[in-house]
Design a protein around this ligand. Structure first.
Ligand code: ADP
Ligand code: MG
Length: 253
């Protein structure tokens, strides 16, 4: 059964069409990478899923309910990792991670226990609980962002270029760690990335947006064999990069 279902979802900002009628269904347990050029509508699409953006037309159903129906209840069941992390700078790591639990009215001991559990889950030392976000590396901050998104045990996790600002090695490690969490917790994940290699390496399925329309949708191997020259060109980029890397690293020069 689809956990996320969009039909004919359209959104415009003034005369600019951000989404031009999107049909998309994501099944339970799927890991979808949403890729596309800057301005193609990726963030807008993600935000229609958790109700931060209301579509002008079409329907969004998440976890069996209409997104517009009960935004607060629904948003609790959807974890969201923001572009640029978006940690509260004046709150400690523990307070950042515990924001949702506090909103839910949990008592202090329960929140503290959950924070420790979440730090373990994202492989951060428990001592980091009392640090301020500025005292963390970019990768550590992003792990806190993931922990915060998982705090209320969501079924669906939406991530907007979560690892975009990180160096390649940190990014690789975080991506693999998150993929393992996705499996372990049985999550349904939609991750926006502009990095095709990251999409191919992490996702079961790649959805390509172009100017508010779906250009392609399928498993990486199927997209790589697409008849559409534009889709093939996109898929060729990581392959060429891998070939150049191999040639240089094995060339001995
Ligand atoms: P992406 O995440 O793929 O870079 P966005 O979904 O952020 O793209 O934006 C899609 C288009 O809609 C862009 O042209 C952007 O400038 C425009 N847009 C996004 N949000 C707003 C907004 N709140 N007001 C006006 N235009 C917006
Ligand atoms: Mg964006």
């Amino acid at each position: 059964m689809a956990q996320i279902e969009l039909s004919g979802v359209a959104k415009r900002y003034g005369s600019h069409v951000a989404l031009a009628g999107i049909d998309l269904a994501v099944a339970e347990g799927e890991f979808v990478a949403l890729v596309g050029a800057s301005g193609s509508g990726k963030t807008t699409l993600l935000k229609t899923i958790n109700g931060l953006v209301a579509p002008d037309a079409g329907e969004v159903r998440v976890l069996g309910g209409a997104a517009a129906g009960a935004p607060h209840e629904l948003r609790r069941r959807i974890g969201y990792v923001f572009q640029e992390v978006g940690l509260f700078p004046h709150l400690t790591v523990a307070e950042n991670i515990g924001v949702t639990s506090r909103l839910l009215g949990w008592d202090r001991p329960r929140i503290a226990a959950r924070v420790e559990e979440l730090l373990d889950l994202v492989a951060l030392p428990r001592e980091m609980a009392s640090r301020m976000p500025t005292a963390l590396s970019g990768g550590q901050r992003q792990r806190v962002g993931v922990a915060r998104a998982l705090a209320a045990q969501p079924a669906v996790v939406l991530m907007d270029e979560p690892f975009g600002a990180l160096d390649p090695v940190t990014r690789d490690g975080l991506g693999a760690d998150y993929r393992a969490l996705h499996e372990r917790l049985g999550l349904t994940t939609v991750m926006v990335t502009h990095d095709m290699a990251e999409a191919v390496l992490l996702a079961d399925r790649i959805v390509v947006l172009e100017a508010g329309r779906l250009l392609a949708d399928g498993p990486p191997a199927r997209l790589a064999g697409s008849d559409d020259p534009q889709v093939r060109a996109l898929m060729d980029a990581p392959r060429r990069q891998a070939e150049r890397l191999r040639a240089r690293l094995e060339g001995g020069a």
